[in-house]
Design a protein. Structure first.
Length: 385
């Protein structure tokens, strides 16, 4: 390609996602050719790529759906329908969301239950994780109604959280080598120095945390099983030392052990994970190598229902959220491991670096879409070679 034409092509659209995808696919294919001689696991020919790029940001507005379609994202988590107070989701609004997506050839595959990562002081239904009856029983009835609405409107996955602390971060780190992009950062020592107060939950042990989660699971998984809707739980972000601000998070201090304990709370095929690669890596000392056996264990149990693909620099107690190509994990190894366990859901960016420039958030997402699509195309090439 002539230089002038190349520059024109790479700058067309938001960030030239299609060209980025094509170029990155070639680079990944070359990298596979180099490594396959020394890595026997790389020679996994014939394994079909079932996963697809997805996203959970932006909802089902016309602006967002057009943005997704322009960048080749045709499977999404659409957020959630309107809530009817005291009842649950508005089924008519859910149908409208699906119809809006279909106009752009987009499949509305998932919603988020209003059991969020915002923290116990901000969530809509706090009594479930506070373990407070009978209030939590009424909240659980509302969640059960939402599962039914999801099923009746074609939603196959519901993502949710079971946390008391929200997402924990201490600062942002500016990277001059990436145009002064700003990375969300967590440093446990800095957080401990702040001596922030406990939440309204007070002190909660791991066993108490699991008791409350099991109380929820025992009441919503049977409904999900009946209606064939997968419930995908996201681990607490990040895993922390025991008793931080009174709370021992269920994925701490051994994130793999926490995942295994949660996985075994139910043997229903509709009980599993919104498997956040970044959050799991935050609990590891060697994310690049330790993440792979976790994928294998959970994947072989068919409990990976959705993927958040987020890279980090660092690990346990000290990390930065970075771009997919400049973190410590090898994401081509990660998506290959997902392919090898037969994962067939969405692979989506959830958190992206930021910048003060107008439109930088969308640019970061577009870069991630192109990167993920390129990896999936390279895996498809690998299967055919």
């Amino acid at each position: 390609m002539k230089r002038r034409k190349f520059v024109k092509a790479i700058t067309a659209g938001s960030v030239g996602t299609a060209t980025l995808s094509s170029l990155t696919t070639s680079a990944l294919a070359y990298e596979h050719k180099k490594t396959s001689e020394t890595d026997p696991d790389a020679n996994q020919t014939g394994k079909k790529v079932l996963m697809k790029v997805g996203c959970q940001s932006g909802g089902t507005t016309i602006e967002n759906l057009e943005f997704k379609a322009r960048h080749g994202v045709f499977n999404i988590d659409g957020g959630m329908p309107k809530i009817i107070e005291g009842v649950g989701w508005d089924i008519e609004d859910s149908l409208r969301k699906r119809e809006a997506c279909e106009k752009y050839g987009i499949s509305l595959d998932a919603y988020h239950l209003p059991l969020s990562s915002a923290g116990i002081d901000k969530v809509l239904y706090p009594n479930i994780m506070l373990g407070k009856s009978p209030e939590r029983d009424r909240e659980i009835e509302i969640i059960q109604q939402m599962i039914q609405v999801a099923a009746k409107t074609g939603i196959k996955v519901l993502n949710y959280n079971t946390t008391i602390h929200g997402v924990l971060r201490t600062s942002r780190t500016v990277d001059p080598t990436r145009g002064n992009a700003s990375y969300s950062t967590w440093n446990y020592e800095e957080a401990a120095k702040k001596n922030d107060p406990k939440t309204i939950a007070g002190d909660v042990s791991i066993d108490q945390m699991f008791d409350r989660i099991k109380y929820l699971i025992d009441r919503i998984v049977p409904v999900a099983t009946e209606y064939k809707v997968k419930l995908a739980n996201h681990i607490a972000d990040p895993p922390t030392p025991l008793g931080f601000r009174g709370i021992s998070r269920w994925d701490s201090p051994d994130v793999f052990a926490g995942i295994q304990r949660f996985a075994k709370l139910s043997d229903s095929p509709y009980h599993g994970f919104n498997f956040c690669i970044g959050s799991i890596a935050e609990g590891l000392k060697d994310p690049k190598n330790e993440i792979l056996p976790i994928i294998k264990w959970v994947g072989e149990r068919n409990q990976i229902f959705n993927i958040h693909l987020r890279n980090i620099k660092g690990g346990w107690n000290n990390f930065q959220e970075v771009y997919p190509d400049n973190g410590d994990m090898n994401f081509f190894q990660v998506v290959r491991a997902l392919r090898d366990v037969g994962f067939d859901g969405m692979v989506m960016p959830d958190h992206v670096p930021s910048h003060s420039a107008s439109g930088s958030n969308q640019e970061a997402f577009a870069f991630c879409y192109g990167y993920i699509k390129a990896m999936l195309q390279a895996l498809d090439w690998e299967a055919r070679s």
